[in-house]
Design a protein around this ligand. Structure first.
Ligand code: CA
Length: 238
């Protein structure tokens, strides 16, 4: 059973890079580290990819054709749904001033080319940890709900819960982003994966099962249904 979960929370990195050989190298190394990789070769494409499928982190080259990395970063920060999207800016510029400018624009971190791959991977992992991403295993909690990602045990108020693999994945995803509202499409991407086609209504079925599994008779419903939007792990504002 543990095998089925091991690929579940693979974080997706959107690599925005116009140099094809570097893109190939980054994809190879990131995939080797267990990340999913999405690609964009220029700034416009990057914005499009992010709105189609929100990644867990963006590795954003500064020097890009059409729309610069700085401008992409600025635009992502202006949109409410990508305001907190983890962004690492990559650039050939080494002046401290540029680092400051990258961070001022809203990037979370900065690395100069040429970089050592291990250093970049370490920064990616660190940023994902900070942003509550899925790079590390551990214990996730929300209110009286606890998920041990190593043993795959879930409990609420000390009572062991029994979840199917999909409900487990859904709950894990929610626990990584408590309070955040996700559309059915976002949940499908994150939990089922982007390569397979699943009807959005499938999500509703699994949400029902998850609710049934985690909410005892006299317990507060921890999942909030947001009309015409989606769902959130959020016990408030019912
Ligand atoms: Ca470039």
């Amino acid at each position: 059973m543990a095998e089925a979960y091991s690929t579940l929370a693979k974080p997706t990195i959107l690599v925005v890079e116009d140099e094809a050989p570097l893109m190939t190298l980054l994809r190879y190394n990131l995939e080797k580290q267990g990340f999913k990789v999405d690609e964009a070769a220029d700034g416009q494409e990057a914005l499009l990819r992010v709105s189609e499928a929100r990644p867990d982190l963006v590795l954003l080259d500064w020097m890009l054709p059409a729309l610069s990395g700085i401008e992409v970063c600025r635009q992502l920060r202006r949109r409410p749904n990508t305001r907190d999207l983890p962004i690492i800016m990559v650039t050939a510029r080494t002046e401290d001033q540029d680092a400051v400018r990258a961070l001022d624009t809203g990037a979370d971190d900065y690395i100069a080319k040429p970089f050592v791959m291990d250093a970049l991977l370490a920064r990616i992992r660190a940023l994902l940890r900070r942003s509550g991403g899925a790079a590390t295993k551990g214990t996730l909690t929300y209110r009286d709900l606890t998920m041990d990602q190593d043993s795959h045990r879930v409990s609420r108020g000390g009572r062991a819960l029994h979840l199917g693999p999909t409900e487990y994945r859904l709950l894990e995803f929610f626990l990584q982003h408590p309070g955040r509202v996700f559309t059915r499409e976002q949940m499908l991407d994150a939990v089922w994966g982007r390569d397979i086609h699943v009807e959005p209504r499938t999500v509703d079925v699994h949400i029902r099962r998850l609710r049934k599994a985690i909410n005892g008779e006299h317990e507060v419903d921890l999942i909030r249904t947001v009309r015409s939007a989606g769902y959130a792990l959020d016990a408030e504002d019912h």
